[in-house]
Design a protein around this ligand. Structure first.
Ligand code: F0G
Length: 460
């Protein structure tokens, strides 16, 4: 731990290369928003001042990662970059088979093509949008089983990402044959970036063992999850983060992964697993859809960036800064009276838009309305995680999502504390006129993953 008795959040890096930001006017932002059909995914990034849309692939790479980019070997088969990548992955997640993919959803697509299908049910603490869509696309059902505390934004619990073990047990008692595998998302992104405890992973493992089901981790934010275990779960304060990660991995049979999150890369992912025959089927699909198994849709240079990123993201000075700086934003919003999901997650602060815009019905999309207002006010781009993202079902019906959240995702090593102070100022201003913000209606939408391309209009 640190012996430095200072309160200032210490950003454990200095800036090596910069990307200019151009201030926009309020009139420019209003016009850009209307042209984008009130869908923030349709904006041009230059129109955004502080981009908190996602922490995915948006972080700054280190000098060592850029050095790795130079070292990248681009052989089609058997590149040394693949072996360095695999060694870094198995150093933390010692699964027998590691299949690189172009990003996380590539791994999901392969896995669920093999194990999904009509009549199947895939339980998870909470599926992320692409995971849910990949499960549903095969005709299977994606079932969320978070603990009840996980659905109460204002309720404090150290491991709000935990799975409801009794609910999993009941599902398996009733319909074991329909369940090909059990998944745990660490940290639970859609549930507020909340961690899952080792005790919960162990309990889920025991239930899986009783019914002979494999357990897979959706491990995008495994390092942040491990940091929360170290700092919150009794007995782990002195275990190195990498050791905690290995303990998480040892309880699972496989994982899907996006290297765009904790591994600090701009692109990439992987599927890793122990089962030889499942791996064989997945590898055949990988060749069909991603590429030869030693590159999987990535350049050798990307594999190098991931390998180096994996070493950096388990550094405890980095993780302390990461989680502390996210909490800094959350604490400021909470003191300004803005309803936020507590405790604060690792990669993002989530605002309870349903509570903040209490005058709107969930089907008037309070999260979308709030996200648009943040952009219009100060060029801050956030992401709705609520009824727009999860409300439309495969049969075409629509119901309110469990929560209407707006996520302020923090790209890794990218923004300074003064950028975050600016975000706090913008949010405080919007909070002052929250009761006057209009709801939204959908003008057009696709059948799957509508939040990416739907067009909206403000209600009168
Ligand atoms: N699983 C989780 C928990 C995720 O958060 C994501 C992506 C994925 C899987 C898919 O990975 O993007 O590499 O295909 N989340 C991003 C986000 C997009 O903004 O939270 P991918």
């Amino acid at each position: 731990m640190t012996d430095q008795p200072f309160g200032t959040i210490f950003e454990p890096f200095r800036i090596h290369s910069v990307e200019p930001l151009r201030l926009t006017t309020s009139a420019e932002r209003t016009a850009a928003l209307a042209a984008a059909g009130y869908n923030l995914f349709e904006l041009r990034a230059e129109e955004v001042l502080i981009d908190l849309l996602t922490d995915s692939g948006t972080g700054a790479m280190s000098a060592e990662q850029w050095a790795g980019i130079q070292r990248g070997n681009e052989a089609y088969a058997g590149a040394p970059s693949f072996y360095r990548f695999r060694e870094a992955v198995t150093g933390l997640f010692p699964f027998r088979h590691v299949l690189p993919t172009h990003q996380g959803r590539g791994a999901e697509k392969i896995l669920f093509t093999v194990v999904g299908g009509p009549g199947r049910i895939v339980p998870n603490n909470t599926h992320f949008d692409t995971t849910r869509a990949n499960v549903e696309f095969t005709g299977a059902q994606a079932l969320d089983l978070p603990i009840p505390e996980g659905l109460q934004p204002g309720r404090r619990h150290p491991f709000k990402g935990n799975m409801d073990v009794a609910a999993l047990e009941q599902l398996l008692e009733e319909q074991a044959a329909a369940v090909p595998l059990v998944m745990l998302t660490v940290t639970n992104n859609s549930g507020g970036g909340q961690p899952v405890s080792l005790a919960n992973i162990r309990a889920v493992r025991q239930v899986c063992d009783r019914f002979g089901k494999p357990l897979f981790l959706d491990a995008c934010r495994f390092a942040e999850n491990a940091w929360f275990i170290k700092t919150r779960e009794p007995g782990y304060a002195d275990t190195p983060v990498a050791g905690i990660v290995r303990e998480m991995a040892a309880l699972a049979d496989g994982m899907t992964m996006s290297a765009k999150k904790d591994p600090l890369a701009n692109i990439g992912g992987w599927l890793a697993l122990n089962d030889d025959s499942l791996a064989e089927q997945c590898r055949n699909l990988e060749i069909l859809t991603e590429g030869f198994p030693t590159y999987g849709g990535l350049a050798g240079r990307d594999l190098e960036a991931i390998a180096q990123g994996l070493h950096e993201c388990t550094d405890e000075g980095y993780l302390r800064y990461r989680v502390r700086s996210t909490a800094y934003l959350g604490e400021a919003l909470e003191s300004a009276g803005i309803p936020v999901v507590v405790p604060f997650g690792g990669h993002a602060v989530f605002i309870d838009a349903r509570a903040m815009l209490g005058h709107l019905d969930p089907l008037q999309y309070p999260g979308q309305a709030l996200a648009c207002a943040l952009f219009e006010e100060g060029g801050v781009r956030a992401c709705e995680i609520g009824t727009v993202m999860f409300g439309l079902h495969p049969d075409g019906t629509e119901t309110p999502a469990a929560m209407d959240l707006v996520r302020l995702a923090i790209p890794r090593r990218t923004y300074t504390q003064s950028h975050i102070d600016y975000v706090i100022e913008v949010l405080t201003r919007v909070a002052g006129r929250a009761a006057d913000l209009p709801g939204m209606r959908i003008v057009s939408q696709p059948r799957h993953l509508r939040h990416f391309t739907a067009r909206f209009a403000p209600l009168p």
